[in-house]
Design a protein around this ligand. Structure first.
Ligand SMILES: Nc1ncnc2c1ncn2[C@@H]1O[C@H](COP(=O)(O)OP(=O)(O)OP(=O)(O)O)[C@@H](O)[C@H]1O
Ligand SMILES: [Mg+2]
Length: 1137
């Protein structure tokens, strides 16, 4: 592909007017025409782009073209709007300068097209990505929506913008679009109700009727036929080259992309339909009794349909068309409307409805495209405002539009002509002033706060009394008469008295772009822009979400008696804000020129173009540019940008920036006439010099990039190497550790094997020794057994010889028993040893297993430690368990916890024994002397009778009371008590058995330390008193009876009467006490106790045998005694159950 390297290459005419030679208006136009004829529609004046409308599509906006212009210097390629867009975008992205693209030119010159081209170029070259693409698409698609609602066909332009638009596109630091904000300026809303001849209403009306489906139209209660609607002019309903139906689809699609909800789109279309319906509402006069005419709606069908569409109560709206309520202070006055007032009200409502809908659309679009982040944005503003226009009939709208264009021309003059020339003077650059027309004076005529036309208009509108367009014109005629750009027939300036081209109802302004005749009619009304409050209230009441939003002032809660600001005032304020905004940004100009008035291709109407060149001040622009310098930059940024081109300034220049730049330019050998040094800036005359610097910089940057790359690569390789080295050291260290560990483990396992062999050998040796010892012991035992056998046999032989000697038998028996016991003992010992050995081997084996398992965790002596620890732990557990399970302290408690381990058997038994002894001791230590004596007696009773006499067990629980008769206390026995010297140890009632019949008679039985006394039971008279030494023995049976015989020593004094056979319930106690006294007395022998079921009793001379037999219970449970014969007394003891 051939790439042009300069705009001079293959150039038709001169691409940059600055290079035009000779420079004159003719040569300028000739150059433009020449280029236009060769389809070169763009021409530069320095950095300003002149764009000629080709009125046909040229193949210069293809994606290839976009690529061609992308990232190329401004003057590198032939002039194009893309070059300007690229320059602006790059300086925004790379130098962080906010930009604005100012597109000016008269209506139909191609401003809107140019703005779209700029936006599409920026969208094509900026960043990509899903999110970014969505933003771009939304920004671009906002255009068709706004154009459908805000553009219309005029005589000058088939797609004329009837509103001003300024769009700020916001970018992030990378240059990716984040979103945007659209500002709109005064929509020409009068077009909604009336269009000049040959013009159309806004596109959307025609698009809706042509493009909507039958179904949609039905829903909107519309008819496809344009002629049915009063608001649609018929003569130019169809525009050639404009496909309304297709455009409607595009608009709906665009609304969807921008983010309108389906119900929002529907609401918008309903409003559009409502405006059409509104236009069809007609009124008729109705006379009232007061002679006044009152308006009435003619055919209510359209009204009804409109009310249905918007959800308004028909009666409310109908009333609003017939009455007007005026609120003043606290009063409300209702007046009727006549037919023309009703029409006025209807049109005002239609205009307001549409213009508010348009403003809502802009707000809604802004909601969708607004940048999400609050971070600082870079901004590129694109201004596409309605162009300067002169119609046959110019009204308030044209006045406002042209005022806006004046302001734009002003800003152009400010920034390019005046500012530039002033800068040269300021910077001390040699300069010859160039004359140009400054339109500030016209701006002043319109906007001056004291006597400007807008101020006059506002004053009229706010003035009390009758105010008409005529009074307004009168005022202008007085105030502005002397102004050189104001012309009026009735002004005090008599110059125009005979000017018949100037009607009486009009005034003329000499704009920068030509004279425009304005008809004063409608100025006051349009400036007031009043909508009757009844109508806004009716709208607020609508059951339609969008309508309600559009008429907030209709809310009954908002009673605002203050007049809203006038349309002129609002516009002036918003234009002022716009201008201030533009001044903060770096301007880029596209000056659109219209080649002919016929909207036709290939026609170049010289006079028309000449006029535009003239009023746009293009010649002055070229002159200033030619005399001046193409580029300027403060010294610091200039040095910063190009310092790498010179060794002296790279990388740092220590001195002042200006000197650095001088050194730089000298070093680069830039010819002296190519630049000038200002006070704070360097001025470069020719763009070529700038390109030269830029090119050198680009090359230098490449070298620098190589250098940075080289150093970076070196650093990266070194870091990599150092990392490898470090890693290698770590790996080696780990490997060495691993090898040493392996070696150590090998040695350890070898040691363990040797150790286990040694231990095995030692164990076998020990086993051999133990076996030998066991054999020895067995041999000894065998020998001993034989020897004992021999001995026993000898003894047996000896004892056999002494047959009568029972003892011998016993000895042999004992020997044999001994042998048996020893054998048993041996067997048990053997068994125990075997068990022990098994336990030892088991323990060894367990130990070995544990050692093997835990060898890796413990050292060699761990086994022993484990064993000790285990034993210790077992013992500890055993003792602690025992402690918590101790039986009660009662000596009779037989409980004792189970032994947990066999090897604890001995200890367990021993502990039980010790514990029992200890608790007995404890128990005994609590005894008092008396209790001790009682227990001693009990103990003695046990020794005497336990297992010998069946009565004994029943006596164990009976306490030994001794004195059962309470002899000392009872007065009955006082005499008896006193006659006994000693202390009575026992006093009880006993039965004395009569030897004659065996019957018992009651006797008092007293026992003292020295004697036994028997006394009469009733009288207490002593019958017998036997000193204890004279008692020989006591006989009792082995059965449960209470019989006992006190046997007296033969020859003693008491023996004369014979022995006593007695029976008592406290037999055990009596005998025990008797025996005890005998045991304690030193002078006597022990009393003999004879327990036998048959014994002899000496009754005086006779010896009678007392025999105890078991008998069935007869008289209760007591034993009964019977005399059988002279020698036998039989005691029948009932068998215990
Ligand atoms: N670069 C172009 N290539 C092809 N046709 C163009 C170009 N510029 C403008 N036109 C044609 O000229 C017509 C009018 O252009 P445009 O709408 O941009 O004018 P304008 O300056 O915005 O006018 P107004 O001030 O009325 O809005 C366009 O509809 C289009 O047909
Ligand atoms: Mg336009």
């Amino acid at each position: 592909m051939e790439v042009k390297t300069s705009l001079l290459d293959n150039m038709i005419g001169v691409g940059d007017m600055v290079l035009l030679e000779p420079l004159s208006e003719d040569s300028f136009l000739e150059n433009l025409k020449n280029r236009f004829d060769h389809n070169e529609i763009y021409t530069y004046i320095g950095s300003v782009v002149i764009s000629m409308n080709p009125y046909r599509s040229l193949p210069i906006y293809t994606p290839d073209k976009v690529e061609e212009y992308r990232n190329r210097n401004f003057y590198e390629l032939s002039p194009h709007v893309y070059a300007l867009a690229d320059e602006a975008y790059r300086s925004l992205r790379d130098q962080d300068k906010d930009q604005c693209i100012l597109i000016t030119g008269e209506s139909g010159a191609g401003k809107t097209e140019a703005s779209k081209l700029v936006m599409s170029y920026v969208a094509a070259v900026c960043g990509k990505g899903q999110e970014v693409n969505k933003v771009k698409e939304q920004l671009l698609q906002s255009n068709p929506v706004l154009e459908a609602f805000g553009n219309a066909k005029t005589v000058r332009n088939d797609n004329s913008s009837r509103f001003g638009k300024y769009m700020d596109i916001e970018f992030d630091f990378k240059g990716d679009p984040l979103g945007g904000v659209v500002s709109n300026y005064l929509l020409e809303k009068s077009r909604v109700v009336k269009q000049p001849r040959g013009e159309r209403n806004f596109h959307i009306f025609y698009q809706l009727l042509s493009g909507a489906s039958d179904d949609t139209l039905k829903k909107l209660k519309l008819d496809r036929d344009f002629s049915k609607y009063n608001y649609l002019s018929l003569d130019s309903a169809a525009v050639s080259g404009l496909d309304d139906a297709a455009n409607f689809r595009t608009v709906r699609n665009a609304m969807q992309i921008v983010g309108f909800m389906t119900d929002e789109v529907q609401s918008v279309l309903e409003l559009v339909a409502a405006v059409l319906k509104l236009g069809n509402i007609e009124f008729k006069p109705e006379s009232r009794c007061n002679g006044m005419d009152e308006s009435r709606v003619k055919d209510k069908n359209d009204l009804k349909e409109m009310c249905e569409l918007l959800g308004i109560e028909q009666a409310v709206l109908e009333r609003a068309f017939s009455y007007r309520t005026v609120e003043a202070k606290m009063e409300k006055v209702s007046t009727t409307l006549n037919v023309s007032q009703a029409y006025y009200a209807r049109d005002a409502l239609a205009k307001n409805l549409y213009s508010r809908l348009f403003s809502w659309l802009v707000t809604r679009i802004n909601e969708s495209i607004r940048a999400g982040t609050k971070a600082r944005h870079k901004v590129m503003g694109v201004l596409d405002i309605y162009g300067f226009e002169i119609f046959e009939d110019n009204s308030f709208e044209q006045f406002i539009i042209n005022y806006c264009n004046e302001k734009l021309q002003q800003i152009f003059i400010e920034l390019t002509l005046r500012e530039e020339q002033e800068e040269y003077v300021r910077e001390g650059i040699e300069w010859t002033n160039i004359e140009y027309f400054n339109n500030a004076v016209i701006c002043d005529l319109i906007e001056n706060n004291q006597n400007g036309i807008l101020a006059m208009l506002d004053e009229e509108c706010l003035r009390p009394g009758t105010v008409t367009d005529e009074t307004f014109l009168d005022k202008l005629n007085t105030v502005c008469a002397e102004h050189q750009h104001f012309e009026s027939r009735l002004s005090k300036n008599s110059k125009f008295l005979n000017d018949h081209s100037l009607p009486h109802t009009c005034f003329r302004i000499q704009h920068y772009a030509g004279k425009v005749l304005y008809r004063a009619e409608g100025f006051v009304d349009k400036n007031n822009d009043l909508l009757y409050r009844d109508l806004s209230q009716a709208m607020y009441k609508a059951n339609h979400s969008l309508i309600k939003q559009l008429f907030p002032e209709g809310s009954p809660s908002k009673v605002n008696l203050k007049r809203p600001p006038t349309a002129g005032f609002q516009f002036k304020a918003s234009v002022g804000t716009l201008m201030r905004n533009l001044q903060t940004k770096n301007p880029n100009y596209i000056r659109c020129v219209k080649p002919n008035d016929k909207k036709a291709a290939h026609i170049f109407t010289e006079s028309l173009v000449r006029h535009q060149v003239h009023y746009l001040g293009l010649m002055e622009n070229v002159r200033v540019r030619r005399a001046g310098y193409a580029f300027r930059q403060p010294y610091e940024p200039c040095l910063e940008r190009y310092k790498m081109l010179c060794k002296k300034t790279w990388p740092h220049w220590r001195g002042p920036a200006r000197e650095g730049v001088e050194v730089l330019m000298e070093d680069l050998q830039v010819p002296a006439e190519e630049f000038s040094y200002g006070r704070s800036k360097i001025f470069i005359r020719n763009p070529r010099t700038l390109f030269f610097l830029e090119e050198r910089r680009r090359q230098c940057l490449q070298d620098l990039a190589t250098l940075i790359q080289k150093i970076y690569r070196g650093w990266k390789c070194r870091s990599h190497f150092l990392l490898l080295k470090k890693s290698q050291i770590v790996v080696a260290a780990w490997y060495r550790r691993y090898a040493q560990q392996k070696k150590y483990q090998k040695i350890k396992s070898a040691t363990t094997v040797v150790q286990s062999y040694t231990r095995g050998w030692q164990a076998r040796k020990l086993l051999r020794e133990l076996k030998y010892q066991k054999r020895c012991e067995e041999a000894v035992t065998t020998i001993a057994a034989y020897w004992h056998g021999t001995q026993a046999r000898m003894e047996l032989r000896r004892l056999k010889q002494d047959v009568r000697n029972k003892h011998a038998v016993t000895v042999i028996w004992a020997f044999w028993q001994g042998t048996k016991a020893r054998r048993e003992l041996r067997r048990l010992k053997e068994e125990a040893r075997r068990k022990h050995a098994v336990a030892v081997i088991w323990a060894y084996w367990q130990g070995l297993k544990v050692r093997r398992e835990y060898r890796k965790f413990f050292r060699a002596n761990a086994g022993k430690k484990i064993y000790d620890f285990t034993i210790q732990r077992i013992m500890q557990k055993y003792f602690l368990g025992l402690k918590s399970n101790m039986p009660s302290m009662s000596p009779t408690d037989k409980n004792w916890p189970d032994r947990p381990y066999l090897f604890l058997d001995g200890v367990h038994t021993e502990l039980r024994r010790i514990f029992h002894h200890w608790r007995c001791k404890k128990y005994r230590s609590q005894f008092t002397e008396e209790k001790k004596a009682v227990y001693e007696e009990k103990l003695e009773a046990s020794e005497l009778f336990k297992d010998k006499k069946a009565l004994y067990p029943s006596s164990v629980s009976q306490p030994f009371k001794g004195d059962y008769l309470e002899i000392s206390k009872n007065p009955k026995y006082q005499k008896l008590n006193s006659s006994v010297d000693e202390k009575v140890l026992l006093a009880d009632v006993v039965n004395k058995i009569n030897r004659a019949n065996g019957k018992g008679s009651a006797r008092l039985f007293l026992l003292t330390k020295k004697s036994v006394v028997l006394a009469d039971h009733k009288t207490g008279q002593i019958k017998a008193s036997v000193p204890l030494p004279e008692l020989a023995s006591v006989s009792v049976s082995s059965q449960t009876d209470g019989f006992f015989a006190l046997k007296l020593k033969e020859g003693s004094a008491s023996a004369v009467k014979g022995d006593f056979l007695l029976s008592s319930e406290h037999l055990i106690e009596i005998i025990t006490k008797l025996h005890r006294i005998g045991a304690k007395a030193a002078d006597r022998e022990q009393l003999n106790l004879d327990i036998s079921d048959e014994f002899l009793v000496q009754f005086k001379q006779d010896k009678v045998c007392v025999k105890f037999i078991q008998g069935s219970p007869k008289n209760g449970n007591s034993a009964s005694c019977k005399r059988k014969n002279n020698r036998l007394l039989e005691v029948s003891v009932p068998t215990s159950p």
